[in-house]
Design a binder for this molecule. Structure first.
Ligand code: CU
Length: 70
């Protein structure tokens, strides 16, 4: 199990938080998703090799929140 912190500058409110948390959690290999609106960070706990950082970034992109690794 691995945890990564990603930053998405477009996170601005609780709606963004819900969109990302709902959009990521439940996907295969993703154990936990926590979005902090104030710091615009997304903390994801996941299991490799089911998911990797690149896949997480691409999912965030699809949700409308381009991100980078913190
Ligand atoms: Cu928002």
């Amino acid at each position: 199990m691995k945890t990564v912190q990603l930053v998405a500058d477009d996170i601005s409110c609780n709606h963004c938080k819900m969109t990302i948390e709902n959009g990521l959690s439940g996907a295969e290999g993703i154990t936990e998703v926590a979005v902090d609106v104030e710091t615009k960070t997304v903390n994801v706990t996941f299991e490799e090799p089911l998911v990797g950082v690149d896949a997480l970034l691409s999912k965030l992109d699809d949700l409308g929140y381009p991100a980078r690794q913190a």
